[in-house]
Each structure stands twice: as C-alpha cells, then as structure tokens.
Design a protein around this ligand. Structure first.
Ligand code: NAD
Length: 358
C-alpha cells in the first residue's frame, strides 16, 4: 500500500540534501507518494514566514514527515514541527561506520543514541528583561544571596523542568535501551544534567530519571554532569548506550557526538511526541557551503531510514542503512567533508546503487 511522505526541505543545504534523498527514495522504488507543500507564507531571506494551515494539515495526516534544515527564513517550520506539535523526545543515533572520517584514533564500535528532551529546559526561549523579573520575584536570590535587582540592567531566560516532562522522556529512553538490549547492547541509560549546580531544575531531572530507570529493573543507570559527560563522549564513546540529556545539553552534545564519528553531515534524528513524529538531520542550513552541491546527504538519508522504520517499512529501512554503510566501506563516492570529491547528488545515487545491489 502506498504511504504518504511530506518533505519540507527548510533552506540552504536542507534543500540539497532533501532533494537528493527524495530522489533516492523514489529511485529505490519504495511505495511512497512524496508531497512537497509550501513551507512558509511571507518569508524573505532574513524574515521568517508562517507555516500555512494547509501544510500543517497535510503533514499531520501524512505517514511520514522528513525535514531538511532551518535557517532564518524557515525557523518557524522547525518550531512548528518540534514545539508546535510537541515532539518531546529527540532521538539522535551516533554510530561509526568504517570509512567515515572520524578524528578519533579508534572509532570502530561507537554506537550509542542521544535522547534529547525536546520540549522543556531552557528551549524554546522564554526570555525577558531583568527589571520585569525583579518586579514579580523581588525575593528571588542566587546562591550567593544576590537579588535580581542587584544585577541592574539585563535579561534572563527561564529553564522549565516538570515531573511529567521528565518522566515521559525517561520512559522513552528506557524503551529504547530495552529495545537495544534485545539486540545485544548493554541496556544502560546515562543521564546528563548539571544537578550539582542547578539543584532544583537539573536536580529534578536527575532524580526522576534515576527513579524511572531503577524501577524498570532490567536496565543500568548512570549519571554524569554535562562537563564530565562531554569529556567521556570523546574519551570513552564506546561505553555509551542511551544518553538521556536535558534539552540544551542534548543539542550541544549531539554535535559533539556527530563529530567523533566523522562530522555533522552524518548525524540523523527522529523527533517523537504523542501520536506525532518527524525526522531531520541534526545539522542546520550550513550557509557556508549552501548552493555548492557538496553537502553530505548521509544525515538526511539515515533520517529517512528512521522514518521508514517508523512507517512500518523496517526491512527497507535496514536495507537503506546497510547501503549507507557499504557506500562508506567502498569509499569511492563520498562528499568533500569525508575526503572525497563527490557531489551531494552523486553520493546519494551511490547509496541508491548500493541499495539496489543489496
Ligand atoms: P550548521 O549545522 O548549519 O553548520 C555547522 C558546520 O557544519 C558548517 O561548517 C557546515 O558547513 C557543516 N555542515 C553542516 N551540515 C553539513 C553537511 N550535511 N555536510 C557537510 N558539512 C556540513 O550550523 P550553523 O552554521 O551554526 O547554523 C546555520 C543555520 O542553521 C542557522 O540559521 C541555525 O539557526 C540553523 N540550524 C538549524 C537546525 C535545524 O534545522 N534543526 C540545527 C542547527 C542549526
């Protein structure tokens, strides 16, 4: 039965990698109808446009949604996909495949998943003037006893952590760790916070995650403060399984993790809410290389593979994933970030050839 996919490329290299990926999916003969509704109304290159209601409806009704990358004109697209639709869990696999250009001496075997709490924490921005905060919370003091007023002029951002928000993402991380354990992984959830400093907000995230994982009974729990965690992802990446991070920490650490296996162009993601999911590369619109046809399409192709699995096309997803692995192993048709000379399209077509020959 034909399934419907909505492709929203965003801008910059998002357009190049989504086009190449959609051509690959069509070339592979997958039972998909790919729709590309208008992304925004009233956008200019520097001013964000609004996502048309009809586009929202089409995306909500689709079997799969593939996004490219946002920039200044399309920031509302990702805001709607992620925050508007409450995609509260970001799943970001970090996996080395032989042939990927890792800066580490021994990357073989790196295979873990960052789960990013997507909807709370310090994103999406709730910011304001310190004077307003001082008015409504005159007794709020920092750890040294200073009131907000004592800081004088300035701005603030609000960090939100709710028990319900932590619990649902901790349960998501447990389900993922359990599914991985069934395939031979250690069955471990590593929680990342800064609970030694932000004792109430990060402390709550740490406490609830620890309770949920320990109550699960079949999984191992560990916790690292985010500074220590960043070091461990470089030094001991193979010791990681499922790494559950508060929103901003997950944002930062997933770029770091991507780089350890070869670069931002390799990192896919799936974003899940209640009855909603969409898939996108971790990277942005990369204005420094946009329009040159040299962006690495791997992150988007692997995001598409995650989307296929979510849509019930598990065998096709595994075949596409394997085709990416083979393309790297052969090493003949890679983009410049991986030391090759191929264009985005040539690399995606090489993955298609590997898919066909599987
Ligand atoms: P970026 O991820 O666009 O680029 C960072 C670096 O990685 C650049 O040097 C870029 O050339 C390189 N890179 C990224 N993807 C690549 C690929 N597929 N192949 C080869 N090299 C690749 O981050 P940035 O430059 O900080 O942000 C640019 C814009 O993207 C900003 O407007 C930012 O807000 C937006 N952004 C959007 C998302 C998203 O849509 N989810 C994520 C991050 C940044």
């Amino acid at each position: 039965m034909t399934k419907t996919v909505v492709a929203l490329p965003g801008e910059g290299i998002g357009i190049e990698v989504v086009d190449a990926t959609c051509d690959l999916l069509v070339g592979a003969g997958l039972p998909l109808k790919i729709l590309t509704p208008p992304q925004t109304d009233g956008a200019t290159p520097t001013v964000a446009g609004f996502v048309p209601d009809e586009t929202k409806r089409t995306a909500r009704e689709a079997d799969g949604v593939l996004f490219g990358a946002a920039g200044p004109a399309t920031t509302n697209v990702v805001s709607w996909l992620r925050w508007g639709m409450q995609a509260w869990a970001g799943m970001r696999p970090i996996r080395f495949r032989p042939g990927m250009r890792s800066p580490l001496a021994d990357p073989e075997g790196i295979d873990y998943v960052i789960v990013r709490e997507n909807s709370e924490g310090i994103y999406p921005g709730r910011e304001g003037e310190l004077a307003d905060l001082a008015r409504v919370m005159p007794d709020l003091r920092d750890r040294s006893g200073r009131t907000v007023k004592e800081y004088g002029d300035g701005r603030f951002a609000v960090k939100i952590v709710t028990p319900a928000g932590v619990e649902r993402v901790a349960r998501f991380a447990c389900r993922l760790a359990r599914a991985r354990k069934a395939k031979g992984k250690p069955g471990k959830v590593t929680c990342v916070t800064k609970s030694n400093v932000l004792r109430r907000t990060d402390g709550l995230f740490h406490e609830i995650t620890e309770r949920v994982v320990r109550e699960a009974g079949d999984l191992t729990f560990e916790h690292f403060h985010v500074d220590d965690a960043s070091r461990r992802l470089v030094r001991f990446p193979k010791s990681m399984d499922v790494v559950l991070c508060m929103n901003q920490y997950g944002d930062i650490l997933s770029d770091l993790g991507a780089e350890t296996v070869g670069g931002l162009g390799l990192a896919p993601s799936g974003n899940f809410g209640d009855g909603w999911a969409y898939f996108e590369s971790v990277h942005g619109s990369a204005p420094d290389i946009a329009g040159r046809g040299i962006a690495n399409p791997t992150a988007t192709i692997l995001s598409a593979a995650m989307m296929l699995e979510h849509m019930g096309l598990g065998a096709e997803a595994a075949r596409l994933d394997a085709a990416v692995g083979r393309t790297y192993r052969e090493g003949k048709t890679l983009t410049p970030d991986q030391g090759g000379a191929a264009t985005t399209r040539q690399m995606a077509q090489a993955v298609l050839a590997a898919y066909r020959n599987a």
